[in-house]
Design a protein around this ligand. Sequence first.
Ligand code: ADP
Length: 520
Amino acid sequence: MNSTRRIGLLLTLIFLLPALFFSVYEMSTLNKDEKMIQEIYQKQLDAILFSVNQYADDILSSWIARIEGHYDASLPTDSVPPKIQDVLNLNASLQYVFIIDTTAKEPMKIYTNNMYDENIRQHIEQTVSNHRTVIAELIRYKRSGFQKIMRIAWADKDARFTECLVYISGESQMKISGLLINTELFFEDLIGPKLQAVAQDQFILSVLQPASDSVVYTTATRNDTTSTAEALTKDLWILPDYSLGIRGKGTTMQELVRERTRSNLILLIGLDVILIIGVVLVFRNLKKEVDLAQNKADFVSNVSHEIRTPLALISMFAETLEMDRVPSEEKKREYYHIISKETQRLSGIVNKILNFSQTEANKKTLYPERLHVDTEIKNILDTYQFHLSNKGFAYTYEPVGDLYIKADKEAFTEIMINLIDNAMKYSDTVKKIDLSTRAEGTDVCIVIKDHGIGISKKDQKHIFDKFYRVPEGNLARKSGTGLGLSLVKQLMEAQGGRIMVSSEPGHGSEFRLYFESHNN
Ligand code: ADP
């Protein structure tokens, strides 16, 4: 496995996988937490409604406890025993108390604090006779020691707010006792204050009548903005036609939990995205460094190779000359020529490396001056003409008008020579170089085009990197250091210019230099 892959794998194993595992785990627990919190909330609501129900039951039980045992059979039918009178006085919602002797020995007793309604007796009789089975059941309960209170439908359909509750009282002498309650008053006077106390600022509690789909009592005020749906409803034990409803005030718990889960999820996904971007960036940088290290290693071996060949030739011919073993003067001259050519080659390589290191370390001082592009290029071509034709190259040159740029003369020559050298080096059978100049907006563009081997899109991204050499193809026989284009780019940028390349493998390459125009 190569080092870049290994780094990629390590980064994935150390950072990405644990983060992704953690995220997936967190996402699943977030859902679980949300469910758990909702369940707890529901249980809490349930407990609140339970306590209200219990309270309503307690009120009734306390009434019954206070009424029980105070029927006085000896009193005249229309006079109320004092204890019962007390209960009636204190509770406006308790409108009538009636007692029916199961043996029918005594007449029915009806106690009230209100104006006595003439029809009430008849309605009570009607109601009780409508529910004989319920009464029988209550008696059975009572016999087995359990006093149960039940609501039975009140016979008078016009009395909208009257509810009738019956239970069995007495021990040996069982009596059917009943309470007629005005529900409107009951909820307003007794249940209401309890609901207010429980609700406080956190909840809205209501008494609902599902049959008529109406709200009988609510702690909600006009300013409360909540969804109208109740979070939980429970039947009222003592009056099953009514139910209790509860919901959160302001933002409900469910909404809060959902909101929190959502923001947690967004945070988690955000962190993952940042982590992935971070890992990609780190990977890219590391890859760059690894590639650079690799290119550097190649550079060292390339340069050593480049230096070794001329050195070997120089030392061989110098030794031969030194030993005076050269047969003719002509041969001697040839050897001297080889030594001088190889020395030039050596100094060429050394100069290139020095130039590169100076430019890279920003130690190269540039002296920009106004240059007439056409003159400069012609001068370079004149000097290079011999070299070009020597290698079998032809060139065309198409200048456009008088163009001026501001550049360091030496650096400009260096740039041009590097590009022309490359054009020669990387040409195959078509040995032709086309040069041209043109004005492009506020820029001057110089084009160096060859018809050589071309550069793939992938390599075009790297050819300006230091030490980079295109690895494939028949490059083996081309000598080079991988510094040329990097030097060109650095020199261009140092002078405020830029270099672009267009190329297609097998169809040659075109390098374009852009300098700011200095025509005025
Ligand atoms: P080198 O010393 O290898 O020529 P350069 O920096 O000058 O280094 O170029 C980098 C690489 O770009 C070269 O190895 C070569 O593959 C590619 N290259 C540069 N110029 C050309 C060109 N005109 N045609 C094809 N390939 C080129």
